[in-house]
Design a protein around this ligand. Structure first.
Ligand SMILES: [Zn+2]
Length: 172
C-alpha cells in the first residue's frame, strides 16, 4: 500500500445537486478519497436541509476547498459555449467542472443535466445518483418564422426579430 503517495489521491468534486442527493458522502470515503469543493459553493446552498448537510461536509477533515485556475475556467467557458450549455451553468457549476481540469485524478458527483452534458463532451468522469443523461446534446437556437439557426444563445432572431427556441442534436 502506498497511501501516502500524492498520485494515489482521488478527488470527488461535489456540485450543489450532489450535496442534497448523495447521502453521507463524507462518511463513505475510501482512505485515498477526498471531497473537493469550489470556494463559491457555499453561497449556492439555499435550503435549510442542504445547509445542514453542507455543514457536515464542510466540517470533515477529508474536505478540501479550492478555486480553479483561470486557464481551466476560460477553457470550460469556451467548451460550454460550443456545446450550448453555458447559459444553463451557474458560476459554481463552471468552477466544479474547471476543478476537474486542475485535478486530473478526479470524478465529479452531479445530477445536473448541463454539467453531465458538458463533461460528456470533455470526457470528464461523472457519478450520478438519481439523474443521468442518456446522450450528449449539442444545443442550438432556431427561429421558427424564417428558420435561421444560431449556435450561441440569442433571445431574438437577427433576421426577422422573432423569439428563438432552443433545440439540440444528439450524439452517442
Ligand atoms: Zn427569423
Amino acid at each position: 500500500m502506498k497511501i501516502n503517495n500524492q498520485n494515489d489521491k482521488m478527488y470527488l468534486i461535489v456540485d450543489t445537486t450532489a450535496i442534497i442527493h448523495f447521502s453521507s458522502i463524507e462518511e463513505n470515503l475510501a482512505i485515498n478519497e477526498f471531497l473537493l469543493l469550489p470556494e463559491g459553493l457555499k453561497e449556492e446552498i439555499k435550503s435549510h436541509k442542504a445547509q445542514t448537510i453542507f455543514q457536515l461536509i464542510e466540517g470533515s477533515e477529508k474536505t478540501i476547498f479550492d478555486t480553479p485556475s483561470n486557464d481551466a475556467l476560460s477553457e470550460i467557458r469556451i467548451k460550454a459555449s460550443e456545446s450550448g450549455d453555458l447559459d444553463s451553468l451557474s458560476i459554481t457549476d463552471i468552477q466544479v467542472i474547471a476543478l476537474a481540469l486542475d485535478y486530473p485524478n478526479s470524478v465529479i458527483l452531479s445530477d445536473d443535466n448541463a454539467i453531465q452534458n458538458l463533461c460528456a463532451f470533455l470526457q470528464i468522469p461523472v457519478k450520478s445518483q438519481f439523474f443521468k443523461i442518456k446522450s450528449k446534446r449539442q444545443y442550438f437556437w432556431k427561429c421558427n418564422v424564417c428558420n435561421t439557426k444560431f449556435e450561441a444563445k440569442r433571445t431574438n432572431c437577427t433576421e426577422c426579430g422573432s423569439p428563438l427556441k432552443r433545440y439540440y442534436v444528439k450524439f452517442r
